[in-house]
Design a protein around this ligand. Sequence first.
Ligand code: PLP
Length: 377
Amino acid sequence: MKFIAKKTQCVHSGRIDDERVHGINTPIYTSTSYQYLDTDERFYPRYFNTPNQWALANKVCALEGAEAGLIFSSGMAAISTTCLSFLKTGDHVVFQPNLYGGTQHFATGKLNTYGIDYTIAASQRTSDIEAAILPNTRVIYIETPSNPLLAITDIAEVAELCCSRQLISIIDNTFASPVNQNPIRLGIDIVLHSATKYLGGHSDICAGVAVSSKENINHIWELAINLGGSLNAITCYLLERSIKTLALRVAQQNSNAQTLAEFLVEHPQVKCLHYPGLTSHPGHEIAKKQMTGYGGMLSFELKEKNSIEFQKKLKLIKPSMSLGGVESIICSPAITSHRHLSQEEQKKTGITDELLRLSVGIEDINDLLADLQQALI
Ligand SMILES: Cc1ncc(COP(=O)(O)O)c(C=O)c1O
């Protein structure tokens, strides 16, 4: 049976029936050795084809409206393997600016060593992305909402551009999660996630996902089995279990983040605030068109307060790295997620020392408001 509603997909899609004792959860298949004489299948974890890998990939495919998927051992494994599978020496790739620091570091620090050229577009506007295309461009890579500035890229426009120029379009959909945004339905070729964030949702799993057409996934798979960044069965099972509550968690995170953004943007101590759910956000109209919820991430700068001292004053919201968990956490991207960028790159991207990124959890909104309020005094 095919499920349409996200909440139902989260719980039921991709589950494997337990035919032996009829438990209602997917059994965990830990074997790395599978008998082969009576079958044409060659199961092996690094081939990305063992039962828990399939079950999880199918669940994410249902949520993203994709035909096929691969589960990786981290978001960066999904990003690097996918990009490299469509790029060879002499090719060129266009990245939007405003990317997760690790992705930008991969682009600027590693691609050239394989003879792959890249351009970071002047902005995430489609016209600037188009202006960066060269005759040898093969791939366009976007991330929306972006980490940490919540910049919004018009997904349908970029997909159309790629289609008309016969380029592969890749999106990092981590910040939105498949609950708030489904880029394949807007024409994007390949959707990536750091499953370490919302999909895992409890700050205890490191994983990544790529979903697309069967043809694209087979193509990525050919490199993936060589690079070897697959995920073990137990973590696949834990991730499958986590996704059962994804829609509920994200709904609460959307709602909490909207309330906190509305509170912070009006606060006299707040210099600027980035959240696509605010009508004042420059990408709001595009976000409204392509997202069903604005997500649980926001970033802001304070006027007078030192950002580190402010984080120390918080009692409930922990200054921690990563994002997307059930607990609210805060960080300074300049010294965490984007610390590998040079000062010049940070400046160009708008990541100041004072910028704070808040990953909003599922706690009671009044407790979150009270914590921010007491730290802002
Ligand atoms: C938007 C985004 N994409 C990708 C990644 C990389 O994911 P991972 O740390 O699971 O490799 C991150 C990590 O913070 C991220 O924020």
